[in-house]
Design a protein around this ligand. Structure first.
Ligand code: FUB
Length: 453
């Protein structure tokens, strides 16, 4: 009797724990990410972020990450696109602060601030994925000890402006080559009220907007408007209120397929595991709505469910396992060591690749809005077995109906990748899909999945 009571108490605590966990509050759940810098290119949102290391106590930021999405709820990790090692002249390896990437004439410019007076460098690539190279071999901006948080706006007449700084806004006109500037660096009278850092400038309906981390600390996301790209800026209010849930903040704002989105960051992921403070942040995002007079609607905080999905996800194409709306327990890993990873099905060596790892019993990946159309016959998962286990494919809820169970044998050899498949029960239309991992521990690594008709 006593044993049953204890078990029930444990079950109640466990259920309470599940209920209290945010479903999809931060948009990236496998790493700590900060300083979101979204770029819309070719119907895809490329999201560049800073990267707080898992063991960071203060700022421990070595590289910049890239994620991408076409539906605003499922994000695919691409991996690190650049790091401080890409700059010969930077004297340290910890200081990869808030970047922004801008496309101009088919080239991609990644503006990278290095704190402590080292300056703002620029890397250039032919694709949004890189490889990014340093064309200057020195800082583009080396003006003061406050050269952080660059943001770039290209006006309708083709003139590009760069804004940056804490606690004042500096700005300068960039030349068309985007790697040099003309004229003086300006500072006076351009800092809007309640500005702290992290400016993000854009144009909408003939007006110029500057969003920024507003007041410190905690910081929310405030904004100001101007009739000119050079100010004066009039403070208009908060897009996201300052809140106990955050401390710093950093906006990134885009229009994608007719809707506007505001990105920022919080400590929500960290707070799931500890109430201690470390610089381990997570990118959040939600829809942003303009009022008829051009001002922006306020939101107290990010919504738990995030914005509505734009379209659906096609499960009949190969989908990278690191595509997810949310996950628990798992991590991602980019294989650069020479492990001799081998594709068992094709009989070939595998190039460096990113995959989901640290998969243990009960961990799961959520992929939202998957369109099965009139149905699927089989599902395959490409994995590298360790101790082996099962993937339960569930729909709609974490404890929703199981539509397939993929059995993965254990393996004595590390680094052998193989597809395991299973029949799929009756399913059609659009569903959220949960890949729920079952077994003991260290089940397998997971590279991609695909349904077949
Ligand atoms: O991420 C490092 C610094 O913290 C950024 O440059 C600031 O915007 C703040 O987010």
């Amino acid at each position: 009797m006593k044993k049953v009571l204890i078990i029930n108490i444990f079950m109640a605590i466990a259920l309470l724990g599940v209920a209290q966990k945010p479903m999809t509050l931060p948009i990236i759940s496998t790493k700590y990410t900060a300083d979101p810098a979204p770029l819309v290119y070719n119907d895809t949102v490329f999201l560049y972020t800073s990267h707080d290391e898992d063991d960071a106590m203060g700022f421990k930021m070595l590289d910049w990450l890239l994620y991408y999405s076409t539906d605003m709820v499922n994000w695919t990790e691409y991996g690190a696109v650049a790091s401080l090692k890409d700059f010969d002249w930077v004297p340290y390896d910890n200081g990869a602060w808030a970047v922004q990437c801008i496309e101009r004439n088919g080239k991609f410019y990644l503006y990278c601030p290095m704190p402590g007076g080292v300056g703002i460098g620029v890397l250039v690539a032919d694709t949004p994925y890189g490889p990014f190279k340093d064309p200057l071999g020195k800082a583009l901006i080396k003006n003061s000890n406050h050269d952080i948080d660059p943001t770039i706006m290209i006006d309708d007449d083709g003139q590009a402006y760069m804004y940056w700084g804490n606690p004042k806004v500096y700005w300068v006109k960039l030349n068309e080559d985007m790697i040099s500037y003309s004229g003086e660096i300006m500072q006076d009278a351009t800092t809007p009220a309640k500005y702290q850092e992290g400016p993000w400038v854009w144009k909408h309906d003939g007006m110029y907007y500057m969003a920024y981390a507003s007041t410190c600390c905690p910081e929310g996301i405030g904004y100001a408007m101007s009739t000119k790209p050079t100010g004066a800026w009039e403070y208009k209010g908060m897009i996201v209120d300052a809140s106990e849930k955050t401390r710093g903040n950093h906006p990134g704002i885009i229009e994608f397929k007719g809707k506007w989105y505001c990105f920022g960051h919080s400590y929500d992921l960290l707070k799931q595991i500890t109430d201690k403070f470390y610089e381990r942040r997570s990118v959040d995002m939600d829809e942003m709505v303009f009022n008829a007079d051009g001002t922006i609607q306020n939101r107290a905080y990010w919504s738990v469910e995030g914005p509505a999905q734009v379209g659906t996800l096609n499960p009949f194409n190969r989908v990278e396992a690191e595509t997810m709306a949310w996950s628990e327990g798992v991590k991602t890993h980019f294989e650069t060591e020479w492990t001799g990873d081998f594709d068992w099905d094709r009989g070939t060596k595998i190039d460096d690749h990113l995959f989901v790892t640290s998969i243990n019993n009960g961990d799961y990946i959520l992929v939202r809005g998957v369109d099965f159309g009139s149905g699927a016959k089989t599902v395959e998962a490409n994995v590298s077995p360790i101790y082996g286990g099962k993937i339960e494919v569930r729909v709609d809820r974490l404890d929703g109906p199981v539509i397939a169970t993929i059995n993965v044998d254990s393996s004595r050899e590390a680094g052998y990748w193989k597809s395991f498949s299973a029949p799929v029960d009756d399913v059609n239309g659009v569903h959220d899909v949960y890949f729920v991992f079952k077994g003991d521990k260290d089940l397998f690594n997971f590279d991609w999945w695909k349904f077949n008709r």
